[in-house]
Design a protein around this ligand. Structure first.
Ligand SMILES: [Zn+2]
Ligand SMILES: [Zn+2]
Length: 116
């Protein structure tokens, strides 16, 4: 069976960009790998056009963010893009647009790669 895999872009705390590789798993997405990526490369690979719906759950071997190692991200309610989340964070600001209304990745969400 062919595995459907995609890459979604995420920003760490100081706007550092990385890609999360996800595999389709029923109605949800399993996070299998994460890697740092340059903005120009992300755009040329088409990662900025990705839009996915479902819950995002880390696989047992998911290494976490390449910068801060978290395995959780938040989805901005305004722009739909992803930012790293750390348990205990009380105020989380979108690293893309600066908005602070965020939904956690383990609920059903729609995420977009979006423009840089
Ligand atoms: Zn991070
Ligand atoms: Zn945003």
């Amino acid at each position: 069976m062919k595995v459907e895999a995609q890459v979604v872009l995420t920003r760490c705390k100081n706007r550092q960009l990385y890609g999360i590789r996800v595999e389709k798993y029923g109605n949800d997405w399993k996070m299998t790998w994460a890697f740092p990526i340059e903005e120009r490369k992300a755009a040329s690979e088409g990662y900025t056009k990705v839009s996915l719906k479902g819950s995002f759950l880390p696989s047992a071997t998911y290494p976490g963010c390449p910068y801060c190692q978290t395995d959780t991200f938040l989805v901005c309610e305004q722009c739909g893009k992803l930012s790293c989340y750390h348990e205990g964070d009380t105020v989380v600001t979108c690293q893309w647009c600066g908005n602070s209304g965020m939904a956690i990745s383990k609920e059903e969400v729609t995420v977009t790669g979006g423009d840089m």
